[in-house]
Ligand binder design. Structure first.
Ligand SMILES: *Cc1c(COP(=O)(O)O)cnc(C)c1O
Length: 366
């Protein structure tokens, strides 16, 4: 059997003719940037997120950078980030001149451990950036109350968890301003790069609208030194087609995760992902851990099963962050995850037969 790590077939078949229709609409409209398709998608995604506002931008990294800029975070400031996130969260902080301050995750949920945050807060700390990693919502009650107590902003990195809940409230609606990515492989993916920002604060909404479009409201009059980070009409139209299917696709991912969790109990030293109390996951990824990770990956590869490692090198050990002078051993939980994590296939359309083939192949290895 040949099972790639990710397949779009089922999702794209579900909406095939609507995607072509959207393309046709855009080409016939003769309007490709900052038009009706964008504002329509922004309204729809704001409504999905239960926030007052959504601003479409070029990608998830820009969404994070623009969110931090809108809050006025700059040189000399500090932002609390998880030690085990995708590097984009850290890059956004350094892009505005601030310093990422890592906090270790809970080894079972893989999400930032709220009880370790306060020890890292200093007079320079301006914000906490929880990352809902692999699809699971962070423990937002704890994070929001720490932020309130210390007068800090919260910026959610919601790139991997569109639709996840914490105490029945959706991710992307907790922070002052929140970023997401519609990179093709995310749960809601465009057919190219795309990103979005959600907020309930009108002032931040207005600021980001300026910043994503050259700092301009009226063409050729520039109020701020903005960037060009617009979500184009075609990607917005395609996202509008896919958004109504997201809940169904997420629940299909959940069913696959349940089957994995059922089949993979007590196999060798395999650790399965766990959910924090009151938090749900949309299973962007299903990440298991084992000390024999590389050998297991090799074994599955030989049997035709695609897997990936999220992520092989934690941000503090990346060349890109040399200037922070971290060394191996500084964030042992992030390092353990990097050494032991393996993501197995999970996507709408993965069949029961394929799930059993994958879990049997893992059992065979042990
Ligand atoms: C994908 C991702 C991003 C960045 O999104 P892009 O659209 O690729 O720029 C940021 N944070 C996390 C956690 C991500 O997974």
């Amino acid at each position: 059997m040949n099972i790639p790590f990710l397949k779009f077939d089922k999702m794209h078949n579900d909406v095939h003719s609507q995607l072509y229709q959207a393309f046709d609409d855009v080409i016939k409209s003769h309007w490709f940037v900052m038009g009706k398709k964008l504002s329509q998608f922004e309204d729809e995604y704001a409504s999905f997120s239960t926030t007052k506002f959504c601003i479409g931008v070029a990608n998830g990294l820009d969404a994070l950078i623009l969110s931090l800029k809108a809050l006025g975070i700059h040189d000399g400031d500090e932002v609390i980030v998880p030690s085990n996130t995708y590097i984009a969260s850290w890059l956004a902080v350094s892009a505005v001149g601030a310093t990422p301050i890592p906090v270790e995750p809970n080894i079972n949920t893989y999400n930032i451990n709220p009880s370790l945050i306060e020890a890292k807060i200093t007079s320079r700390t301006k914000a906490i950036m929880p990352v809902h990693l692999y699809g699971q919502a962070c423990e937002m009650d704890e994070i929001i109350s720490i932020a309130k107590k210390h007068n800090l902003f919260v910026v959610e990195d919601n790139a991997q968890s569109q639709g996840a809940m914490c105490k029945n409230k959706i991710t992307g609606s907790f922070g002052n301003i929140n970023a997401t990515s519609f990179y093709p492989g995310k749960n809601l993916g465009a057919l190219g790069d795309a990103g979005g920002i959600t907020t309930n604060e009108e002032q931040l909404f207005e600021k980001v609208k300026l910043l994503r479009n050259y700092g301009s409201k009226e063409k050729y009059y520039n109020l701020e030194k903005g960037m060009n980070s617009r979500l184009d009409e075609l990607q917005a139209a395609l996202l509008s087609v896919k958004l109504p299917k997201l809940i169904e696709w997420n629940s299909e991912r959940n069913k696959i995760a349940e089957k994995y969790t059922e089949q993979l109990q007590n196999i060798g030293d395999v650790k399965l992902p766990q959910l924090a109390k009151n938090c749900t996951s949309v299973f962007h990824l299903y990440v298991i851990r084992t000390l024999k990770r590389n050998e297991l990956q090799e074994h599955l590869n030989k049997l035709g099963i695609g897997t990936l490692i999220h992520y092989p090198v934690p941000p503090h050990l990346q060349n890109a962050f040399q200037e922070l002078n971290y060394k191996k051993g500084d964030f042992p939980i992030a390092e353990t995850i990097a050494e032991t994590a393996l993501s197995i296939p999970i996507y709408p359309g993965l069949t029961d037969e394929e799930i059993i083939y994958i879990t049997n192949s893992i059992k065979k290895f042990y």
